[in-house]
Design a protein around this ligand. Structure first.
Ligand code: COA
Length: 394
């Protein structure tokens, strides 16, 4: 590809756990009510993982497969897998590496990105810059969370807000001027304590004390975060449209982080944009952190609110404190024409083969270590040699 390169969103997908937790369900476990939650946040229900078989990685994998199918990109074509998450599968290995293996993305690098609820846009911005700089052709960007696993279900200040889910996009190099045209990233670490998971890291490793103090649950100063969010969404939106060379009236849709209706309403007022220019679906999912924007993007596409040529701003804020915005000129015709069934079948077969590949690699490593591990007189090879030697002398 010669000349200018652009980073276009060519595939997208979302996944949420089946189990739905309504406000009425929550009112049975903490001192709250449907009326309070709905009027203060706009949330009616959220999805949460219900079994040990569901986790951040399983949600991320489901959404990654969906996005690859839409993009018609094979896992082996991916150069990079980025998972933005505040609730990774493990501290290490990265959730992205687990997804890379499960997809069979044999040619991709993989890493997790931690920027709170702004993580997805941080990752999108990075993917776009790597592509535009010529370092990659296809990057898979995922936002995936299981916040229910770090929620204190006795703390009404936080437990009513969050939900689980994942969303992903495939970002691909294109010669046409479209896709992610500008992004802004910001951070103010002085507000780090306002939204924090206090224990489990280097500062306070897991101990009996951290467990009894509830240090492994999310802690938040809601009012301060609210104030921060209402200032930063308009600021980041204005900064990114200026960087893209647009004006506010160019915007077909703003897809904000889905934390609270009142935050979005306040941003709309400050920007002097009608509220219907903002996509809102937090009533059904709550705040799914880094997954909220890609989930909202998928639903906006499914509802016909995004079409080729539209100018969109994706804007988020979160723990750090961080904020981020991306200016995206949509370039893919939607709805996407479904692939002919043999191609779809082939893609599904590839996903199946990736599972076999993963088992093969794990099994192969074990067999290799067993057969060809370090040579010593007590290991298998040493014993075989002794046995062969005795047999030979006879
Ligand atoms: N049910 C009933 N009452 C509740 C409640 C709940 N779930 N949670 C808090 N309250 C109570 C408080 O205890 C407080 O009572 P008090 O006045 O007797 O002390 C009262 O409601 C008002 O609390 P306040 O914190 O002022 O409410 P609020 O209008 O600011 O709304 C949030 C609280 C959390 C909804 C709001 O501050 C918010 O959305 N903040 C941003 C959070 C966020 O987006 N976090 C994620 C960032 S990525």
């Amino acid at each position: 590809m010669n000349g200018e390169r652009y980073a276009q969103i060519t595939g997208w997908g979302m996944a949420v756990p089946e189990k739905v937790l309504t406000n009425a369900d929550l009112a049975r476990v903490v001192d709250t009510s449907d009326e309070w939650i709905l009027s203060r946040t706009g949330i009616r229900e959220r999805h949460i993982v219900a079994s040990e078989k569901e986790s951040t990685a399983t949600l991320a994998l489901r959404t990654a497969r969906a996005a690859l199918l839409v993009a018609d990109v094979a896992p082996t074509q991916l150069d990079l897998v980025i998972v933005a998450t505040a609730t990774p599968e493990y501290a290490f290995p990265s959730t992205a590496s687990l997804v890379q293996d499960a997809l069979g993305a044999a040619n991709a690098g993989a890493f997790d990105l931690s920027a709170g609820c702004s993580g997805f846009i941080y990752a999108l911005s990075l993917a776009s810059n790597v592509i535009r700089g010529g370092g990659a052709e296809h990057v898979l960007v995922i936002g995936a969370e299981t916040l229910s696993r770090i929620t204190d279900w006795t703390d009404r200040n936080t437990c009513v807000l969050f939900g689980d889910g994942a969303g992903a996009v495939v970002v691909s190099a294109r010669p046409e001027r479209c896709g992610v045209l500008a992004s802004v990233l910001g951070s103010d670490g002085s507000g780090g304590d306002l939204l924090i998971l206090p224990a489990g890291g280097s500062h306070a490793p897991a101990s009996h004390e951290t467990i009894s103090n509830g240090g492994h649950f999310v802690k938040m100063n809601g009012r301060e975060v609210f104030r921060f969010a209402t200032t930063v969404i308009p600021k980041a939106t204005e900064a990114v449209i200026q960087k893209a060379g647009w004006v506010l009236t160019d915007l077909a849709l703003v897809i904000p982080h889905q934390a609270n209706n009142r935050i979005i309403e306040s941003a709309a007022r400050r920007l002097n944009l009608p509220l219907d220019r903002f996509f809102i679906n937090l009533d059904r999912y709550g705040n799914t952190s880094s997954a909220s924007i890609p989930i909202a993007l998928c639903e906006a596409i499914a509802e016909g609110r995004v079409k080729a040529g539209d100018r969109l701003v994706l804007v988020g804020f979160g723990a750090g404190l961080t904020w981020a915005a991306a200016a995206v000129e949509w370039g893919v015709p939607v709805p996407v024409k479904p692939q002919p069934w043999p191609r779809r079948w082939l893609a599904l077969l590839r996903f199946g083969l990736a599972a076999v590949r993963s088992l093969w690699l794990r099994g192969g490593r074990r067999v290799y270590n067993w057969l060809l591990g370090p040579v010593g007189k007590d290991d298998w090879r040493g014993k075989l040699r002794q046995w062969m030697g005795r047999w030979w002398k006879k």
